[in-house]
Write a protein that binds this ligand. Sequence first.
Ligand code: URA
Length: 445
Amino acid sequence: MSQPTVPQTFRAIDVIRKKRDGIELSQAEIEGFVNAYTNAEIPDYQVSAWLMAVVLRGMTRPETAALTDAMLHSGDVLDLSSLPAKKVDKHSTGGVGDKTSLVLAPLAAAAGVSVPMISGRGLGHTGGTLDKLEAIPGFNVNLSLAEFRHVLETCGCAMIGQTAEIAPADRKLYALRDVTGTVESPYLICASIMSKKLAEGIDALVLDVKTGSGAFMKSEKDAAFLAGLMVETGERMGKQVVALITDMDQPLGNMIGNALEVVEVVEVLRGGGPEDLRELCLELAGWMLHLGGASKTVAEGKAQSSRLISSGKALEKFRQMVKLQGGDSRVIDDAKRLPQAQHTMPVTSAKAGYVGSIQCEQVGTACVILGGGRERKEDSVDPAVGIVLHKKVGDRIAAGEPVATIYYNAEAKATRARHLIEASYVVADAAPSTKRPLIHRIIGK
Ligand code: URA
């Protein structure tokens, strides 16, 4: 791990004030600030103030590069050059019901691409890959780097969280941002994602940048800006990077909540599952296979991924990874072995018509309220709770018909969640005349 490089005169308060006043920070100041926080030399409250100043003031390109570098070098950078296959990862900026990582890692591995995936936990109203994986009893996301390498060498994919060695600065900052309203900054998101991803020793990266009411970047313009920042950062470090701007104006798939999402992942790996989720998985897999040298084109990569699902090879890869990481792989054939909520509650529509829109962030927040995410840094997550949607945008609905079912363990929380979900559904007289595309644009490559 790199040594602290805090200058003699470094004072956190000076760095906070400068950022507050919109003055560009030097590389040394950013590095000093990040190292001081990683080494617990400055408290959460000072870092929270600085993060908020970044959200409000933004960062220049040199500042963003310095922040990414400081976070990347706050820990080790893996050397996976001894593995013969190309190393490719994908990362999403975060959404509601976005469980594609759990499908993609085994799917790309089944095609011979190596996928060393280091993921995060739920952030704000969005779900996190690690929380979903931990819904599988026994699944260990805290492997040592030696164990991570062993799983990767054995089955071609491994999925862990940031170890103490990998981008420890992001680990601390991520948890703090989650509870201080400082997630929504393209500069902080870029540094967070790219520091983790560049530490993985990958050759190429597929980014899924979400846009819409459930994304951190609500407008396509902001999503494209973030995508450009990340592609530029990755290319500066010599990696092949492509970013797909994808739709998050309604939840992806039908299930939201950690154990429920594992159920939907298995459905997709069995060749079923909701169409939007299946289609996005195939598109992202197409890119992973292409950048990983397993297919000449993205279209070929998609077709190959589809065959790997039909043949059951992708599901077998998932089973192998779950077992290697200590998880109970029997959940794949028997979903009842996943954590189960004690109660269910329907959410019904007051009027008849068509679902015109769904306020997606509120649905994500409803899941957090149920206990599926964290409201405070120290909160633990209830893997069993969540929401199953029965109606998506454009669907016809009768008065009194359920739009969703809530899976819960605490009645008061379920009631709060129900109000939010009810308010999220806008029922119109006619279906929307245009359908939002699943893939809005592709940036890079
Ligand atoms: N995902 C990350 O890893 N970091 C962010 O800041 C947002 C989404």
